[in-house]
Structures are given as C-alpha cells and as structure tokens.
Design a binder for this molecule. Structure first.
Ligand code: ZN
Length: 271
C-alpha cells in the first residue's frame, strides 16, 4: 500500500470526541409506528447528539448466534420483519439506511475473532428504534450479533474492547429490555406492573447508579425477581454491552423509565 493510500485510510477513522452510547428498551414492535411518550423520548435522544455519527452499531436482542460473534458488512441492509401477527402497516415500514462495511471491518480489526456476515439486515430491535432516533435513515448502520452460548462476563468483556469506536464517530446502541417476560405478559390483562418487575428494574437502576456492574453481570444471584424478570437472557444481555462502554468518570443518565406488566422500557445514555 502506498503511503498516501495509508494516510487516506487513517483519515477515515480519525479520532473525535467520544460519541455517547445508549441502551434502549425497545418493547413492542408497534412502537415503530406509534407516537407515545417512549417514542418521543427516542426523538429527543436523537436530537440531543450534537455530532452526527459516522455510523451506528446496534447490538440487538434479535440477532442471536451460537458458536461465535458476527458483524454485518451488508452494504444495503434489508428491513427484517422478525415477528408475527402484527397489523399490515408494520410490515410496510422500511428503514433504508445504508450499511457500513468500513466500520464493520474496523470492528473486526479491533476484535479479530469476530466473524463477517454478509447477509444480515436490520432486525426490529434496530429499525423500530432508529426510525425515531434518526428518521431520515441517512446514517450507515451495522449490527453485531450476540453469541448466545456464552456467559455474561464474556459479553461485558467483549464490548469493553469496542470502546475506541466511540472516538471514531460510531454511536453504539444496545437494544433489549431489562425486564422481559412474555409468558407472564400473556398471563394477565392490563398494564399494571408485577411487583417483581418493578423490584428488579429498580434494583438494576440502583446498581447502575452505584457503578456495581459486577452484580449486574451476576444478576442471577439476585434471586426470584431476577428469575422472573430475565427468564431468558436475550433481552438483558444488550444492556451489558452498553454498560461495558462507560468510562469510569462518565455520566450515565436515564432517558426513559417505565415498567408495565412484565416489561421495563428503561433507557439510558452514557456520556
Ligand atoms: Zn425484543
């Protein structure tokens, strides 16, 4: 490679002030097309970022893999309708943001064991929130999968290695739900939250404020409210990816708080 080419390449990934990192409880896919206090908070979150990101990396509860972690290099990611039984208008939503093979490759340079996926589009854990954060869909988006066979500590440690991407203009978003129990959701009518859902959500908030991330990695030790709130870890893990990106002095600000039935919509911003 010629010296000038090398220079051009480094220029693409020059350092900047770190972009914030988000965790967002995405909840019902219908939020993609609804206007409510939660979607309004997402719009505010998008507007609050002064610097336009070069790319957005989403770690979504809806891209689970086994036997490795993959990153999408898809140049034109398709909008994936990974749900069933919703009104027809939800299947008409398109989020036509370009992909970001460049930053996906930069991620693979940082973490060489992450593998390349050339097919994955945008699942609803990504597009249903991005539609409110960046409605113009003009910022490149790529996703990294969650290796579902791995322990919690693995996810936290892997994400800590992504930190430098924040200085290269990448907005990193974990998209899941702190409390997420669909079986208990269907078990009762109404939106009144279960006591255990409120308790667990409040406990997580307290641990985040105390910077006690170890307890959150070992959440199973918290007992019965943890067991009911996190019956499977798919929606919880994205929060660990977000927390691992926090610098020791960085503020973690809750941008939305709501618990209904057996779901927490809590969201926060780091930095
Ligand atoms: Zn979900």
């Amino acid at each position: 490679m010629k010296l000038q080419e090398l220079k051009n390449l480094t220029d693409t990934f020059t350092s900047s002030d770190p972009l914030p990192a988000f965790f967002i409880g995405h909840g019902n896919p219908m939020n993609a097309i609804e206007e409510n206090p939660f979607t309004k908070s997402l719009q505010e979150m998008g507007k609050s970022i002064r610097q336009t990101p070069n790319a957005i990396l989403v770690i979504s509860a809806h891209w689970l893999t086994r036997g490795g972690t993959w990153v999408s290099t898809t140049p034109k990611p398709e909008t994936i309708y990974d749900f069933g039984g919703f009104p027809a208008e939800l299947y008409k939503v398109n989020y036509p943001a370009p992909g970001s093979p460049e930053y996906a490759r930069e991620l693979m340079n940082l973490i060489p064991e992450v593998k390349e996926d050339t097919q994955w589009g945008l699942d609803h854990g990504a597009w249903a929130i991005l539609k409110h954060l960046y409605p113009a869909a003009d910022i490149p988006v790529f996703e990294m999968s969650i290796d579902y066979g791995k322990p919690m500590q693995y996810h936290f440690d892997l994400s800590a290695r992504l930190k430098s991407l924040r200085n290269k203009g990448v907005l990193i978003i974990g998209s899941g739900n702190i409390v997420h129990n669909l079986r208990m959701w269907f078990a009762k009518p109404g939106l009144e939250p279960y006591d255990w859902a409120l308790e667990f959500d409040e406990w997580v908030k307290g641990r985040i404020n105390a910077r006690d991330f170890i307890s959150l990695i070992e959440y199973e030790k918290h007992g019965s409210s943890a067991k009911l709130s996190v019956p499977t870890a798919d929606h919880y893990i994205p929060m660990l990816y977000s927390l691992a990106l926090a610098g020791p002095e960085e503020e973690i600000k809750f941008t939305y708080e709501e618990v209904f039935t057996s779901a927490s919509m809590r969201a926060f911003r780091i930095g």
